[in-house]
Design a protein around this ligand. Structure first.
Ligand SMILES: Nc1ncnc2c1ncn2[C@@H]1O[C@H](COP(=O)(O)OP(=O)(O)O)[C@@H](O)[C@H]1O
Ligand SMILES: [Mg+2]
Length: 233
């Protein structure tokens, strides 16, 4: 569904991603695990058009994404839920949700917002509150709903568990699993390798800009070297 081949992305003279190749199968939950600084955010920003690659290809359902603007990529069906959530703090919960639908031109936006409010009653109770006053967990739910408001076929999630308590981490991973069960193709980027691999179909391991392992999530979980380096032994 999405094929990335030989991608090189740099900040000035320093390459952050070296010759990277990954692919997403339709409906699969693929995870990319790696330590801080490995290049995970850089990859997601490049897929969603926020960064331009130096070389390589990104092809989505046969269409090249290289050179497209972020709004064009969202309109094609790829939504990005960024690292650190980035909800608009001075906008209400409702306004943030509506913002997620800015590339749509159908008349079902209001219905979709109500659908997400039904699913996430914590958000519904705060629909007219400024988003900056929500807890970290609520902001993460809002950021995910905002991304889903574009009705994506592919959802890119950048460290959704970051900074959340263990209870909320479980809740957020349950939400991601539900989205996957509804048929959305997901690329989940995480430092929390254990949780990510526990819900993923397939995984890639990224080390300083290079893919060093690629396998089913189950095989990665059972690999001694992955356990030692990423799963706490
Ligand atoms: N704005 C930037 N300017 C220069 N270097 C950056 C910038 N953002 C990230 N980097 C570097 O690119 C590499 C990958 O970073 P990043 O994609 O944020 O990793 P991750 O998301 O896996 O923590 C790191 O070495 C980081 O220091
Ligand atoms: Mg990051």
């Amino acid at each position: 569904m999405l094929a990335i081949d030989n991608l090189v992305v740099s900040y000035g003279k320093i390459d952050a991603l070296h010759d990277m190749s990954i692919s997403l199968e339709p409906g699969a939950l693929t995870t990319l695990i790696g330590a801080n600084g490995a290049g995970k955010t850089t990859l997601l920003k490049t897929i969603s058009g926020l960064m331009k690659p130096k070389s390589g290809t990104i092809t989505y359902e046969g269409t090249s994404l290289i050179g497209l603007e972020p709004h064009e990529i969202i309109a094609l069906g790829i939504a990005h839920c960024p690292e650190g959530r980035r909800v608009l703090a001075r906008q209400t919960v409702y306004e943030n949700m509506k913002m997620g639908a800015y590339v749509r031109n159908d008349d079902e936006v209001g219905e979709d917002i109500e659908y997400f409010f039904k699913k996430f009653p914590q958000l519904e109770g705060r629909r007219h509150h400024l988003s900056g006053f929500l807890s970290g967990g609520e902001q993460q739910m809002l950021a995910i709903c905002r991304a889903l408001m574009s009705r994506p076929k592919i959802l890119l999630l950048d460290e959704p568990s970051m900074g959340l308590s263990p209870v909320l981490v479980k809740e957020v991973f349950k939400i991601i699993k539900d989205i996957h069960d509804e048929g959305v193709t997901i690329l989940l980027v995480e430092q929390n390798a254990k949780m990510a691999l526990s819900i993923a179909d397939k995984g890639y391991v990224l080390e300083v800009g290079r893919i060093i392992a690629e396998d089913t999530a189950a095989n990665l979980m059972n690999s001694k070297s992955i356990q030692d380096s990423y799963l706490g032994g």
